[in-house]
Design a protein around this ligand. Structure first.
Ligand code: 8X3
Length: 260
């Protein structure tokens, strides 16, 4: 992508990305590496993180951390294990999260609810709780939270997933308010339909059901979102893109999708 010269001069140098082994997290790591931004990549699957690292380490420095954002003890231990130079995080991409199951609220599965609330909401908070003081101490930083169109509009059979993303919307707004005195940027990114492993996880490996989500129209790709995140984090210091809704052209809302 083209980055205006003025932005390059002020470009951040170190990003920490959660959920970096696949999907939007991995694509964002690739986009950042192309911009020369060093990376701390976090995820649960070390083999997949190693693969991402192998592809990017000729371009930038890549450090890996394996932990599950749902376990606060592991989050704190992993992040605090970083040497001081790697705590100078300029950009935090709170990307880890998923949908688990899709059913009416009355038929909802408690384990699915826990997974979504623990990962999408509490996990984001746990990671941020450790990284925010690092940014506050340096009076700069940029936090990018991955929300969803589901955080703005609730759809049938998605109540708890939508609620978890509505929480992300509120947390983004709250961070922007509370971190304002500290000069920290906060961006809320809300994608619509993106073709990743998202639906395979939501439908617990049911390939037919998951593929049908993306049939008859061109869904967004993880790279489309990563491209916009890369643009967002390369704006000059006085500019923050606060809230971004990104949809496939075929999608007008969770309910309106033009399929062929
Ligand atoms: C993913 C988008 O529309 O499947 O967060 O909820 S949607």
């Amino acid at each position: 992508m083209n980055v205006p010269h003025s932005s390059i001069e002020t470009m951040a140098k170190l990003a920490l990305i959660t959920g970096a082994s696949s999907g939007i997290g991995k694509a964002t790591a690739e986009a950042f590496a192309a911009l020369g931004i060093n990376l701390i990549l976090c995820g649960r699957r070390i083999e997949r993180l190693e693969e991402v690292k192998a592809n990017l380490s000729s371009k930038v420095e890549v450090h890996l951390l394996t932990f599950d954002v749902r376990n606060n003890e592991d989050v704190v231990a992993a992040l605090n294990s970083l040497p001081p130079s790697l705590k100078e995080v300029d950009i935090l991409i709170n990307n880890a999260g998923n949908a688990h199951g899709m059913s009416s609220i009355q038929e909802g599965d408690l384990a699915d609810w826990d997974a979504m609330i623990d990962g999408n909401v509490k996990g984001l908070l746990y990671v941020s709780k450790v990284v925010m003081p690092w940014m506050i101490a340096r009076k700069s930083g940029h936090i990018v939270n991955l929300s969803s169109i589901a955080g703005k509009q609730t759809y049938p059979n998605g109540a708890v997933y939508c609620a978890s993303k509505a929480a992300v919307e509120s947390i983004s707004e709250g961070m922007r308010l509370d971190l304002n005195p500290h000069g920290i940027k906060v961006t809320n990114v809300a994608p619509g339909a993106v073709e990743t492993e998202f639906s395979m996880v939501r439908f617990k490996g049911d390939e037919n059901r998951s593929q049908s989500v993306y049939q008859g129209y061109e869904a967004l790709k993880a790279e489309d979102i990563a491209d916009i995140i890369a643009f967002t984090v390369t704006r000059p210091p006085h500019v923050v893109m606060a809230d971004i809704l990104i949809l496939p052209t075929a999608q007008a809302s969770p309910y309106v999708l033009k399929r062929t």
